[in-house]
Design a protein around this ligand. Structure first.
Ligand code: ATP
Ligand code: K
Ligand code: MG
Length: 660
């Protein structure tokens, strides 16, 4: 399997593959290096990625984006309500999580956000497999650094539903930092501090990262989750909507399609204004047969998004402050993400940090490339240079338990904000029976939206009283793992025993190359010795295995359905092509190989088949198209056969002539 890294952007997804030669970004079925992050539904099949984008305007209510914004959330989450302005379909509750109602295969159905993301991943998988000619299972997925445990687990669930194996999640800006650090050399003993700023379609993420040769450490990260290109588009579209109301007496708010067309053109205009001082906006017959035209200049745009620009330095300030570095200690500022192409954004950031900005990384591809590298380093078959990276914990995590008599502690903040990720902490509880430990985010108010602060519950089984009748010490390994997930790694009973431990020689005596004549000294010390490993039952926000299995089967069925629709379309096209091809050749290349009667009969058959194609055959089954093709080919094939035989005889005769 290939080593694949996927950066699922809110607007565009980029896939990179690590191979022995290096890391490549793959192109999709229309040769683009990124794929629209959209899933759409039609009467027969789904449209995902490019095909979803193509039909978006004519099928707005059944075309769903914002996948990474809604996954892992509930319908009542204010963040989901915020997404209403970007999702035309109806949002619904499905067993406590958000879903979207759509028309699919002639029925009204609803899919959870996790399922929608899985559908998208499934398409990305197919695109990648087609491109690299290899099965894809292991993937590393980038997620926003501000994702909570529930969002991360929803992403992993979606990967599983798409029959992928997400070996790891990496925070987006960390992935960019990895692709920055891995192929660079840093002078021995020196540290270079780089700030990464990613402003994309929906979110603005900053990380301050310290690099040394062969390693990086994220010192701090900060976010504005309502700051991205789409907020710009929205502000501009509202401006034009108002202008058109006055100028043309039309309200594009009353017409979803009209609004969407203005939005599309506004985004175009915004991009033009990144390189030009003014840009036009023209839309024919936007609604009520009215053509609209307007023009905007760059300073007007900056005025319209001023409330956003005023917030621009906040995450930067926060991250730098938390990193405990001064502005002077920052060596460079790297910008990535589509929205950092906006000149006002570049200027403001540059002014704030007091230095020119760097664009060393590929703005659109750095995250996917970093993920592909991480995936390769987990692969047993690819050899990559070792690279160490440490991330930082965003939300403080508290573990809690039911205290037993004599225990005064019932909870502990184990992984505070700013703690290293991954990391492990061992706590000791004295227990002689099955017990539970729960984890939750310490400060629910700090979470991005009304996400559940509950992280998980672990039931630890098998602790028994000691021979003396006491509760044994149970050592519990609490962990934030390399994907940023909170978990309990293992639990075991332990007893304190006196063991002989070698005494470390003092530095002078133990100098290198100097053999010690004395036998190694040891002394008795009290130590925890591991006894029984205890079983753990994990309860998290991840989907239950049985539920997940059902969803995997459902997804596979939909993939089959899509494939069947595509195959049917292929057969139909083949039939159509055959009719036109034979109609031409019967009077040309094959003219001498059939009698007039035969030709006339075949022409009639071809005409009849064509009529059928545009009538009842318009929407026939795959086998009907195949049958029709075979019927024509039974006659046409014989004629073609005579032609081919004559050609062969001609070649043989020429060959004989040459041999003579
Ligand atoms: P996110 O990171 O928020 O999940 P994403 O990764 O899909 O989203 P990007 O691909 O980094 O986002 O950026 C897309 C955004 O960048 C869009 O809003 C797009 O309009 C904007 N953008 C792209 N090019 C330009 C440009 N030249 N000028 C201004 N904005 C641009
Ligand atoms: K992207
Ligand atoms: Mg992005």
């Amino acid at each position: 399997s290939g080593s694949v890294g996927i950066d699922i952007g809110n607007a565009n997804t980029v896939v990179a593959v690590a191979r022995n030669r290096g890391i490549d970004v793959i192109v999709n079925e229309v040769s683009n290096r990124s794929t629209p992050s959209l899933v759409a539904f039609g009467p027969k099949n789904r449209f995902i990625g490019e095909s979803a984008k193509t039909q978006e305007i004519t099928n707005l209510k059944n075309t769903i984006g914002s996948l990474k914004r809604i996954v892992g959330r509930s319908l009542s989450d204010p963040e989901v309500q915020y997404e209403r302005q970007f999702i035309a379909g109806e949002l619904v509750d499905i067993n406590g999580t958000v879903g979207v109602k759509v028309w699919y295969q002639g029925e009204q159905t609803a899919f959870t956000a996790t399922q929608l993301l899985a559908m998208y991943l499934s398409k990305i998988k197919a695109i990648t497999q087609a491109e690299i000619n290899m099965p894809v299972t292991d993937v590393v997925l980038a997620v926003p650094g501000w994702y909570t445990d529930a969002q991360r687990r929803a992403f992993i669930d979606a990967g599983h539903i798409a029959s992928l194996n997400p070996v790891r999640l990496v925070n987006e800006t960390t992935a960019a930092a990895i692709s920055y650090g891995v192929f660079r050399t840093f002078p021995e003993g020196q540290t270079k501090n780089v700030v990464f700023v990613d402003i994309g379609h929906s979110s603005y993420n900053v990380s301050v990262v310290a690099f040394k040769q062969g390693e990086l450490k994220v010192l701090a990260s900060a976010y504005d989750i309502h700051f991205g290109g789409r907020e710009f588009d929205h502000a501009l579209t509202e401006f034009f909507a108002k202008q058109f109301k006055e100028k043309y007496k039309i309200d594009v708010h009353e017409n979803l399609k009209a609004y969407s067309r203005v939005l599309t053109q506004t985004e175009r205009l915004k991009k033009i204004l990144s390189a030009n001082a003014t840009a036009p906006l023209n839309i024919e017959s936007v609604m009520n047969d009215v053509d609209v035209s307007s023009v905007l200049n760059r300073s007007e745009l900056e005025e319209l998004v001023k409330p956003l620009l005023d917030r621009l330095v906040v995450p930067l300030e926060t991250a730098i402050k938390e990193s405990k570095l001064s502005l002077e200690e920052i060596d460079s500022v790297e910008l990535i993400g589509g929205c950092t192409r906006v000149p006002a954004i570049k200027d403001t950031i540059s002014k704030f940090v007091g230095k020119p900005l760097s664009f060393t990384l590929n703005q659109d591809e750095a995250i996917a490339r970093g993920c592909a590298f991480v995936c390769a380093s987990h692969s047993p078959t690819l050899r990559v240079r070792p690279y160490k990276f440490e991330d930082v914990n965003q939300y403080s995590v508290t573990f809690q338990w039911e205290p037993v008599e004599g225990e005064d502690l019932s909870e502990l903040e184990v992984f505070p904000h700013g703690n290293v990720v991954p990391s492990t902490k061992i706590i000791t509880l004295f227990r002689d029976d099955t017990f539970d430990i729960e984890a939750r985010y310490t400060y629910p108010d700090t979470l991005p939206g009304a996400l559940t602060p509950w992280i998980g519950k672990w039931t630890i089984k098998g602790a028994k009283p000691t021979e003396k009748g006491d509760a044994p010490a149970v050592k519990i390994r609490l962990r934030t793992d390399h994907s940023g997930l909170v978990t309990i790694d293992s639990a075991y009973t332990a007893v304190e025993e006196i063991v002989d431990e070698p005494v470390e020689e003092s530095n002078k005596e133990g100098e290198e190359g100097k053999e010690s004549s004395q036998p190694p000294k040891s002394r008795p010390v009290k130590k925890w010795v591991r006894k029984d490993t205890l079983a753990i039952i994990h309860g998290t926000t991840a989907l239950d295995q049985s539920v997940k299995q059902g969803l995997i089967e459902k997804e596979n069925q939909m993939v089959e359905d899509d494939k069947h629709v595509a195959d049917t379309e292929d057969r139909k096209n083949a039939l159509e092509e055959y009719i036109y091809d034979m109609r031409g050749k019967i009077d040309d290349r094959y003219a001498d190989f059939a009698s007039e009667e035969e030709k006339s009969k075949f022409r009639t058959m071809l005409d009849a088949a064509e009529d059928w194609l545009y009538d009842e055959g318009e929407d026939a089954t795959k086998s009907q198209y195949i049958a029709k093709y075979d019927e024509l080919n039974a006659v046409g094939g014989v004629i073609k056969g005579r032609y081919l035989q004559a050609e062969q005889e001609k070649r043989d005769a020429e060959q004989r002539k040459r041999d003579e």
